[in-house]
Design a protein around this ligand. Structure first.
Ligand code: ATP
Length: 235
């Protein structure tokens, strides 16, 4: 991979006890790049995100972030180095207000463009709802809070697991419309999606996972619909 590699993963094998969920996964993200990771249920997408931030047991892997192997680090140290995860299901503090949730993400704040005011400019509805408990927001608005909370750490790499799962189409469109403003700040992103259309529209490159293995990698324009279907479904 080129000198501008931000994240480089080699030979990632991930396990839940004796169950192996990822097999020899290799993946790279360059600085400023947006990557889509697609795949059906149980393909291993969430496991890949969790492995990057040290939440899953791995074996034999190298996960280099700015050329430093972070594979043995604690999650909080990985966040400090500049990787933030928006987990599947958002995992907000339900009874805390929108603003308190955002502030929680800022506890390990690095220097960078993101603060309460820049996040409120990115998602103006959150400014209006800032004093409300997060549980009172719609799913899409909660996803905005989760993304804002991750951005408060000022990551160089933002991981979003299942960005659009269960959300209304209009809010999915709003969140995708905001993403270029995030990457314009120099933040790279990995977006995990089951619904590939939106992800392919914003991604510079795409990886497909099936059965814990990478089945396809390329630029959205270079991959035919048939190649994507076959990598996704295995038909
Ligand atoms: P989904 O979209 O359904 O979340 P995914 O592509 O994110 O799918 P993973 O959640 O990474 O898939 O799961 C990959 C495999 O690991 C699946 O077979 C799943 O059952 C298994 N798995 C995931 N989490 C655990 C866990 N905590 N304990 C045991 N097995 C798990």
């Amino acid at each position: 991979m080129a000198d501008s590699a931000l994240l480089e993963i080699e030979n990632l094998n991930a396990f839940y006890g004796s169950f192996q969920a990822l097999f020899g996964v290799a993946l790279g993200v360059r600085a400023g790049e947006t990557l889509a990771v697609i795949g059906a249920n149980s393909a291993g997408k969430s496991t890949l995100m969790k492995a990057i931030v040290g939440l899953v047991q791995t074996r034999g892997a190298a996960i280099r972030f700015r050329a430093e192997n972070i594979v043995a680090l604690e999650t909080q140290d990985i966040v400090r180095k500049g990787i933030a995860l928006v987990p599947e299901g958002r995992r907000l503090f339900r009874s805390l207000s929108v603003e308190e949730n955002l502030q929680a993400g800022g506890q390990m704040q690095r220097k960078g463009p993101w603060s309460l005011s820049t996040i409120y400019s990115l998602f103006p509805i959150l400014r209006e709802k800032r004093a409300q408990p997060s549980i009172s927001l719609s799913g899409g608005q909660q996803q905005m809070v989760a993304i804002g909370r991750a951005l408060m750490a000022n990551p160089d790499l933002l991981l979003i697991d299942e960005l659009s799962l269960g959300l209304a189409p209009i809010v999915i469109r709003d969140i995708y419309a905001a993403l270029p403003r995030v990457t314009a700040q120099g933040t790279s992103a990995i977006i995990v999606e089951q619904d590939t259309t939106q992800a392919l529209a914003v991604a510079d490159r795409v990886y497909c996972l099936r059965g814990g293995r990478v089945t396809l990698e390329g630029t959205p324009t270079s991959l035919s619909r048939d190649a994507i279907s076959s990598a996704y479904f295995g038909v």
